[in-house]
Design a protein around this ligand. Structure first.
Ligand SMILES: [Zn+2]
Ligand SMILES: [Zn+2]
Length: 292
């Protein structure tokens, strides 16, 4: 990452802190992590996917790249990325220092192999953290937190690589065309009214129709499905009365400032709290929005 890019993400975080002082604790906790993640993901990966094997017809039919090939490659430097992120976690969340030091030490000694986390069982769930918790006495929640941060870095590199290699493609689903996760936040451009969904698992953004729910595809009645907080017209949450999911949604007039959608999502954590208290669930679980 160039110095310019590093200071851009810092400026974005500073602006988020100014605009959302009520959420400054959580923004500050995640700031060093996000800066480190963007820095690590900026370097192109040395492992290359075979992007010629990506089938655009399958994409059109709703099969994300992650279901066409493995996105995590055997040569990915997961150990180095994990150790680097462990430092950033301690910086933002000093209360986790002891637990993270234990995990980092085991990673350094190859007793914890981050690659094991990405080998999923037949039902798609990672079993590795359970094994680490049992055999190595580490906190399973802290271990999976660190591994999901690692995953984002590698998947972001892959998402950039894939979109650069295959160019434009048709995609009509509410889940991510790259990694298959549901969105963490949406952005609606006030001019033209296009809705873009953002995936926090890999950083991909894609356009999605405004007339149906991204999660269950139920058609929506215009104007009935957004929840606003008083005095804040830019922030809302889309809610679906069929699947009972919500999606925090931001309105953007013009393109004044550079934005980082993950910083925006963390800055709007009060919307998550509000919607979860009303009995709705997020479309995807992120490291910051699992509140109960
Ligand atoms: Zn994704
Ligand atoms: Zn729905």
């Amino acid at each position: 990452m160039t110095q310019e890019q590093t200071s851009e993400i810092k400026n974005i975080i500073d602006r988020a802190l100014e605009q959302n002082p009520e959420n400054k604790e959580i923004i500050k906790a995640f700031a060093p992590i996000i800066i480190r993640q963007r820095h690590l993901a900026e370097k192109p990966s040395e492992q290359k996917l075979d992007c010629s094997a990506i089938d655009k017809q399958k994409l059109k039919a709703g099969v994300p790249v992650s279901r066409q090939m493995n996105l995590i490659l055997p040569g990915d430097p997961l150990k180095e990325i994990a150790l680097s992120l462990a430092e950033a976690v301690k910086e933002g969340m000093p209360q986790l220092t002891e637990n993270i030091d234990l995990i980092a030490g085991l990673i350094r000694d190859d007793k914890i192999k981050p690659a094991d986390y990405f080998k999923s069982s037949p039902d798609g769930e990672s079993m590795a953290t359970d094994v680490w918790a049992k055999d190595l006495k580490v906190s399973p929640s802290n271990a999976s937190f660190l591994m999901s941060l690692v995953s984002r870095v590698v998947l972001e590199q892959r998402a950039k690589e894939i979109t650069a290699a295959i160019g434009a493609f048709e995609w009509e689903k509410g889940y991510c065309p790259i990694c298959g996760e549901f969105p963490s936040i949406a952005l609606i451009e006030e001019e033209g009214g296009k809705r873009f969904l953002h995936c926090s698992s890999c950083g991909q953004d894609w356009r999605f129709t405004r007339v149906s729910c991204p999660y269950c595809e139920k058609e929506t009645r215009q104007g009935m499905e957004y929840f606003y907080v008083e005095n804040k017209k830019q922030e809302s949450a889309f809610v679906c009365d069929q699947c009972k999911k919500y999606l925090v949604t931001l309105y953007r007039a013009g393109n004044v400032f550079a934005r980082d959608m993950d910083v925006s999502a963390i800055s709007l954590i009060h919307m998550d709290l509000l919607m979860q208290n009303k009995g709705y669930e997020p479309m995807t679980a992120c490291t910051w929005n699992v509140l109960s």
